[in-house]
Ligand binder design. Structure first.
Ligand code: F6P
Length: 326
């Protein structure tokens, strides 16, 4: 931890439940280890414009249970330019910040990686995204809460789907990853999940129809991962209307409600462990790594691996879903 006295912390990209628990854990572990902490508001944008406040332990009191992020968040175009990053670096110098903890998803950690290399600046990342699409960690902060939210919503939709004997396509988030759709489908007893990971291998809709879905049922629920690769729920419903008009189809897009709400115990514990581990990593002179948890152990994943490698879906889950939806 050569020369580190003050640690800056920011949240960036899409918010995720559990980010506040992570902010709390980073702040308190840092203070516990004798560091000064500064909270940077509105992600990389606040780093450029200097929206920076010193954090004491009480700044993070009563936030572990809150969704969203008290630091606010943004998707900052300026940080994608060398000029923007230079302004951010100058601000860090001015504020006396010697290391950064960045909580965010794929795009945010990509920015962190470029900045860390360009200015030889120590950064530790925490995977904060509902998408669960970062390689090297079993779960990302926010994923479990989003999955539980999806489960509650789909359970409600099932009531009306059953009453009206309808086929529902329910679109869930995930950007280009199908973790929420696939595990959401298993958790709700859905008939199928249409996910980008296997979209290029098979026409999932055709397969569904061919296998005679709904053969013994009076309603069906299909979870669809939002993605240009799957085409999304709307376009699948259109196809069914045109090709199989016998089905009474409806669409629900769950949207941003999946990002809100109080984090589950799983997310709070994950965020707390990862936040504390970020400070351990800096104490051990680690830099440019993302904190992950693999098989219940903390791991340090180089940014290059976390971002670049596609996290594979577990094929056993697909098989389980198929077998249980007969
Ligand atoms: O990465 C999180 C996420 O919620 C994705 O699942 C989704 O595609 C995207 O962010 C939506 O972003 P925005 O809130 O900027 O519309």
């Amino acid at each position: 931890m050569a020369g580190i006295n003050c640690i800056g912390i920011l949240t960036s990209g899409g918010d995720a439940p559990g980010m506040n628990a992570a902010i709390r854990a980073v702040t308190r572990s840092a203070i516990y280890s004798g560091f000064k902490v500064k909270g940077i508001y509105r992600g990389y944008r606040g780093l450029i414009t200097g929206e920076i406040v010193e954090f004491k332990t009480q700044n993070v009191s009563n936030i572990i249970q809150m969704g969203g992020t008290i630091l606010k968040t943004a998707r900052c175009k300026e940080f994608q330019t060398p000029e923007g990053r230079k302004m951010a670096y100058d601000m860090l110098q001015k504020e006396g910040i010697d290391a950064l903890v960045v909580i965010g998803g794929d795009g945010s950690l990509t920015g962190a990686r470029i900045f860390a290399t360009e200015f030889n600046f120590p950064i530790v990342g925490l995977p904060g995204t509902i998408d669960n699409d970062l390689f090297g960690t079993d779960k990302t902060i926010g994923y479990d809460t989003a999955l539980n939210t999806i489960m509650e919503c789909v359970d409600k939709i099932r009531d009306t789907a059953t009453s009206h004997e309808r086929l529902f396509f329910i679109e869930v988030m995930g950007r280009d990853a199908g973790f929420l759709a696939l595990n959401g489908a298993i958790a709700t007893g859905a008939e199928a999940a249409i996910i980008p990971e296997i979209s290029t291998e098979v026409d999932q809709l055709e397969e569904l129809i061919k296998n005679g879905f709904r053969k013994s049922k009076n309603s069906s629920i299909v979870l669809v991962a939002e993605s240009p690769i799957t085409g999304g729920a709307m376009s699948l419903a259109e196809r069914v209307k045109n090709e199989y008009p016998q089905y009474d189809v409806r669409v629900t897009i769950l949207g941003h409600l999946q990002r809100g709400g109080s984090p589950t115990a799983v997310d709070r514990i994950l965020a707390s462990r990862m936040g504390a581990a970020a400070i351990d990593a800096l104490l051990e002179d680690q830099r440019n790594v993302m904190i992950g948890i693999s098989n219940d152990e903390i791991v340090y994943v180089p940014f290059s691996k976390a971002i670049k490698n596609d996290k594979p879906i577990n094929r056993e889950l697909l098989n389980t879903l198929r077998r249980l939806s007969i």
